[in-house]
Write a protein that binds this ligand. Sequence first.
Ligand code: GTP
Ligand code: MG
Length: 138
Amino acid sequence: LQRTFSIIKPDATERNLTGAVNAVIEGAGLRIVAQKRIHMTRQQAETFYAVHKERPFFGELVDFMTSGPVVVQVLEGDNAIARYREVMGATNPANAAEGTIRKLFAKSVGENSVHGSDAPETAAIEIAQFFSGNEIVG
Ligand code: GTP
Ligand code: MG
């Protein structure tokens, strides 16, 4: 059993899609073992996306992620990291497969509805940024 970190981004919370995204997550066999709705500070968003700080879209990304509420989550399941990335679909919704969260809901490559960790090391770091151990109930 593996854990991954997920964010339901501001474009999705704004359209009241939290439940719809969660239905896809749970339908894919992933269990939501921690969840909270927060408004990220710029500091939190800059720390979270520090690997992208030299990319041209970094400022836009931080602006977007702090533009409204997000739902941060820990998902658990067999092969949860790869499984969730499959369920999310490609970063750019134009390239996302049918039935994926981004194909169903994303507005653009920037406003793409969800985040999911890309490796075990980043999953551990991302989970620890937003959750303490006693907030995760498997
Ligand atoms: P995450 O799960 O969010 O990490 O997405 P990803 O791994 O599919 O994409 P990547 O790590 O390459 O980029 C991180 C995030 O930056 C994406 O999810 C987008 O929200 C944003 N992003 C990526 N490319 C662009 C872009 O060209 N323009 C803008 N505005 N945002 C982008
Ligand atoms: Mg990424």
